[in-house]
Design a protein around this ligand. Structure first.
Ligand SMILES: *Cc1c(COP(=O)(O)O)cnc(C)c1O
Length: 478
C-alpha cells in the first residue's frame, strides 16, 4: 500500500457491524449520502445503489446492462458525483476564503470534451499541460480566461497556442521566459503569467508523485525566484498575475498545505515589493481519495478550509492584501465518479499459491497498479453484497507478469463472463491509457438519471494501424 500516506485506520463513517466481506467493506450502504458533500471519501459514486435483484446500479444505470450494451472494458462516469465534487470545492472556497477564489480542474486526471464542458458548466477553470489538453479545453467550451497552461518543457508551439487564446501561462523555468520574450512582445496585451516555484515542502506520498520538495523537475528553485521576478519586472510583454506551487498528489495530511501558505505568502510579499500586482495565489492540488476501505482522506471541506484559513492568516500576518485563491484539484474531483467494468475470462489455479482470474483489460486501461502499486476496491456487478468465496488475484491480459490489477482480493466466485466493477477509476486511468499489445482503449459512458451517453468512443483494432506506414521495399510481394 505505497500509494497512500494514510494510517491504516478503520474508515470513519462506515458501520463495522455485521462485518461485511472485505471486498465490499466501506461500500455499505449503497446509497447516496455516505458523504455526498465530499465524494473523495467514498469508495463508490454517490448514486451507487443495489436494485431488487441485488445488482449494482450507478447513475440509475445497471452496470451489467452497461457492460452488455457498450462492451468491456468500459469506463463509467457518474455525472452526479462529478457535479457534487465541483460544488463541494466551490462552496468550500466561498465559505472559508474571505476573498475571491477559483478552483481549476487539473485535466491531466481525465481529459475529454465532455468533462471539460461539465466542469465549465459548474463554474470551474482548468489546467492544461500540452497542446492536446489545451485544445480539448478550448473546444470543450472552457472560457480561455479560466484556463492555465502548465508544463516543465513547453514547446514554442504550445506557448503560441496559449498566447493566441490569451490563456494564462505558468512560467516553470528560464526556457519559458526565453521563448516568451521572443514570441510575446508586440501582442495586443501582455501575457498573463504565474510563476511556479518549488516550495521545499516534504509530504509522505509515493516518491513518483512528490513535486514540492527541492529535488523536483518542476518550477523555479527558491533561489531563482527573486531573479525571475526581478527580470519580469522589466518585461513589458509580461503581466504577473501571481504565484504557483503544487506539493504532490494523493496527500492525506493537511499540515503540508498549511505550511505551504506561509511559504507562498512570503513569496507574494517579495513579488509585490518588486512592483508586481500579483493578485493570484495558486496552491495546486493534491487532496487524496479513498481507494480502499483503510484509506482515510480529509474531506474537501477540511482541505479547502485548511488552505483558505492558512492563506488568509499568512497574508494578514504579513500585511498583504488578500490575493484571489486558486487551487487545482485533479484526482479528488473526478476519481470517485469513475467505475471500470471488465468481463472475467480465463482462470488459473496454482494449488497452495493463488488463483488467477483474468479480465479483458489491464495495465493499458489502468497503469496505476503496475506504476505505483496502487490498490483498488472491486465487486462483482451482479452480486456486490455477496459474501466472499476466497481470495483471488485479478490479472490483466497483457504480456507482463506484473500486469495484475487486484492482487489478492476477496470476491464471490468470479465465474467466466461475470462483470467486475472496479471503483475510483475516474482519475489517471483513461488519461494514462495506452495501446500496449495493440489493445484498443475503452469507451467512456457518462451516466445520469438512468441515461447513459458515450462521451469517448471505443477504439477499434483497425484504427490502431492508422499511423503505420509500410515503405516500398517492405511491401509484401503479392
Ligand atoms: C497533477 C497536478 C495537479 C493535480 O493533482 P491531484 O493530486 O490530481 O489533485 C494540480 N496542479 C499541478 C501543477 C499538477 O501537476
Amino acid at each position: 500500500m505505497v500509494s497512500t500516506s494514510a494510517p491504516d485506520s478503520a474508515p470513519s463513517g462506515f458501520a463495522g457491524v455485521g462485518a461485511p466481506p472485505e471486498a465490499v467493506q466501506g461500500l455499505e450502504p449503497f446509497e447516496p449520502g455516505v458523504d455526498a458533500t465530499s465524494p473523495n471519501r467514498n469508495l463508490a459514486p454517490i448514486t451507487t445503489t443495489v436494485d431488487q435483484e441485488g445488482s449494482l446500479v450507478v447513475g440509475g444505470c445497471r452496470l451489467e446492462d452497461l457492460a452488455r450494451t457498450y462492451g468491456t472494458p468500459l469506463y463509467v462516469l457518474d455525472e452526479a458525483t462529478l457535479r457534487a465534487t465541483c460544488r463541494a470545492y466551490r462552496q468550500a472556497l466561498e465559505t472559508f476564503y474571505p476573498g475571491p477564489s477559483l478552483a481549476l480542474y487539473a485535466s491531466k486526471a481525465n481529459s475529454s470534451l465532455a468533462l471539460t464542458a461539465l466542469v465549465a458548466s459548474e463554474g470551474l477553470g482548468l489546467d492544461a499541460v500540452s497542446a492536446g489538453e489545451l485544445l480539448t479545453a478550448l473546444q470543450g467550451g472552457m472560457p480561455p480566461e479560466r484556463i492555465v497552461l502548465h508544463g516543465n518543457n513547453k514547446s514554442e508551439e504550445e506557448l503560441e497556442l496559449a498566447l493566441a487564446h490569451s490563456v494564462t501561462v505558468v512560467l516553470d523555468n528560464w526556457q519559458d521566459v526565453e521563448i516568451l520574450s521572443r514570441i510575446a512582445p508586440g501582442r495586443r496585451s501582455p501575457v498573463r503569467l504565474l510563476v511556479r516555484f518549488t516550495p521545499g515542502i516534504e509530504c509522505h506520498t509515493h516518491e513518483y508523485i512528490r513535486t514540492g520538495h527541492l529535488d523536483s523537475k518542476f518550477g523555479f528553485d527558491p533561489d531563482q525566484l527573486e531573479p525571475v521576478l526581478r527580470h519580469l519586472a522589466g518585461c513589458r510583454w509580461a503581466w504577473l498575475d501571481g504565484l504557483h506551487a503544487h506539493i504532490g498528489s494523493q496527500i492525506f495530511e493537511l499540515d503540508p498545505h498549511r505550511d505551504l501558505a506561509g511559504v507562498m505568502a512570503d513569496a507574494l510579499g517579495l513579488a509585490r515589493s518588486l512592483g508586481h500586482p500579483c493578485s493570484d495565489l495558486n496552491v495546486g492540488g493534491g487532496l487524496g481519495i479513498r481507494y480502499v476501505a483503510s484509506d482515510d482522506p480529509p474531506t474537501i471541506d477540511q482541505w479547502v478550509r485548511t488552505v483558505a484559513e492558512a492563506v488568509a492568516t499568512a497574508c494578514e500576518e504579513r500585511g498583504l492584501s488578500l490575493p484571489r485563491l486558486l487551487c487545482e484539484p485533479g484526482r479528488s474531483l473526478v476519481a470517485t465518479a469513475g467505475v471500470t467494468l471488465y468481463t472475467v475470462g480465463s482462470r488459473k489455479e496454482i494449488p497452495g499459491i493463488r488463483t488467477y482470474v483474468s479480465i479483458d483489460g489491464g495495465m493499458s486501461d489502468n497503469p496505476r497498479p503496475i506504476t505505483y502499486q496502487s490498490r483498488y476496491t472491486a465487486v462483482l456487478a451482479d452480486q456486490p453484497l455477496a459474501a466472499a468465496d476466497g481470495s483471488f488475484t485479478v490479472a490483466g491480459k497483457h504480456c507482463e507478469s506484473g500486469d495484475v490489477l487486484l492482487p489478492d482480493i476477496a470476491l464471490p466466485q468470479p465465474t467466466n463472463g461475470a462483470v467486475l466493477a472496479v471503483f475510483a477509476t475516474g482519475a489517471y486511468n483513461a488519461s494514462m491509457a495506452s495501446n500496449y499489445n495493440r489493445i484498443p482503449r475503452p469507451a467512456t459512458v457518462l451516466v445520469h438519471g438512468g441515461e447513459a451517453e458515450v462521451v469517448q468512443r471505443r477504439e477499434q483494432p483497425e484504427e490502431l494501424l492508422r499511423y503505420d506506414l509500410l515503405p516500398p521495399h517492405l511491401q509484401p510481394i503479392s
